[in-house]
Design a protein around this ligand. Structure first.
Ligand SMILES: NC(=O)c1ccc[n+]([C@@H]2O[C@H](COP(=O)([O-])OP(=O)(O)OC[C@H]3O[C@@H](n4cnc5c(N)ncnc54)[C@H](OP(=O)(O)O)[C@@H]3O)[C@@H](O)[C@H]2O)c1
Length: 335
């Protein structure tokens, strides 16, 4: 790719991630020549503005990727499984937000701050990691690099937009209905999410863990190229609109202090420390929403594990957990 501007297709342009992809391309001045916005026939004809011009959303078809250099996919795994290979055959490099190819050994799984070199090994498709894994690793990788990490125990607090636009609509409708004494209706989540927590994201496996929890183990290992690291996750849906949060305890190889962790993080890009308990300052979804950076705080020596550190992490999963990371991968490709 030696040209100055690139033809970019966004597959799933009207979704929660797709809309952020368009925003991030614009905010980061990605050199776009032609932008093609694709979705299903449900939203074909919708107008979305980019670069001061209105763009009409088109129905995704087999020839939609003709002439595209980069195809950013966020239309779900079943759509990726059919259309990503078509886009590759049309000559595009695919950056896929779905889980479709993440476990495929021939497909790199990339966080540009961590394993940028893997992107160049692609054979047409690069996967974007699971949103919670990406945010967790943004805070843990600087420690991993400096002091080694052997095991991670994490409980997540995942926002409703992690289930797409329809997740946000369901939370907002339920809050209105419950406040008026009307019984909440469910379609996205199995139980009411308003005024509730649901310890169940993606389907259960025979191990007692859900697929979302297993993704945190498998994808951490793939991104770090470390098959020994242990990850035990409990993933919980919470009534927050955007931003995934998590409580993490990890065990390091070297004995380090909370101040060392703060120093490692302060020297790293994409992660900021907000950790002033005496001033009641720590990361929260309301302050992390819309931010490109992830945030860590409540950093302390863990009282249960030798060489253990505990901390609290927040990150906008539609950005670093999806759209921003995907655009950063595209930036690596054109470098
Ligand atoms: N939400 C997150 O936080 C997040 C984070 C990381 C990764 N992801 C992944 O990103 C993908 C998209 O998630 P999302 O949250 O953005 O979902 P979403 O809000 O439901 O959006 C889905 C998008 O895909 C389009 N689409 C669905 N079926 C299609 C089809 N048959 N043909 C063409 N387009 C189709 C939809 O178009 P219509 O408007 O026409 O229906 C919409 O633009 C998923 O694989 C998800 O796992 C999501």
């Amino acid at each position: 790719m030696g040209r100055k501007k690139y033809n970019v297709a966004v597959a799933g342009a009207t979704g929660a991630v797709g809309r952020k992809l368009i925003e991030v391309l614009e905010k980061r001045n990605f050199p776009v020549s032609v932008l093609k916005l694709l979705a299903s026939k449900r939203s074909a004809g919708e107008i979305i503005s980019f670069g001061g011009r209105e763009h009409v959303v088109e129905v995704m078809k087999e020839d939609s990727f003709d002439g595209a250099d980069i195809a950013l996919f966020s239309a779900g795994a079943s759509v990726s499984s059919v259309y990503a290979p078509i886009a590759v055959r049309s000559g595009a490099v695919v950056i896929d937000n779905s889980s479709c190819f993440r476990n495929d050994p021939s497909v790199p799984l990339v966080i540009p701050e961590i394993n940028p070199g893997d992107a160049s090994l692609h054979k047409g498709i690069i996967s974007n990691p699971n949103c919670t894994t990406a945010i967790m690793l943004m805070a843990l990788y600087p420690v991993y690099k400096a002091a080694g990490i052997k095991k991670i125990i994490v409980s997540t607090y995942q926002s409703v937009s992690g289930a797409g636009m329809k997740g946000i609509v369901e939370l907002e409708e339920q809050i209105l209905n419950i406040s008026k004494g009307i019984k909440p209706e469910m379609s996205v989540f199995k139980y009411p999410i308003a005024f509730n927590l649901i310890p169940h994201i993606d389907s259960f496996t025979g191990t007692g863990y859900t697929k979302e929890e297993i993704k945190m183990l498998n994808e951490t290992r793939k991104i770090l190229h470390d098959d020994k690291i242990k990850v035990s996750a409990t993933c919980v849906r919470v009534p927050v609109k955007s931003v995934h949060s998590m409580s993490v305890t990890f065990v390091t190889e070297q004995n380090i202090k909370p101040d060392d962790v703060r120093d490692f993080l302060r020297g790293s890009k994409g992660i900021k420390v907000i950790d002033e308990p005496d001033k009641n300052r720590y990361p929260m979804p309301v302050s992390a929403e819309g931010e490109f950076d992830c945030f860590a705080g409540r950093i302390r020596k863990d009282s249960a594990f030798r060489n253990g550190i505990s901390m609290w992490i927040c990150g906008d999963q539609l950005l670093k957990g999806a759209a921003l990371n995907a655009v950063q991968i595209a930036e690596l490709l054109i470098k």
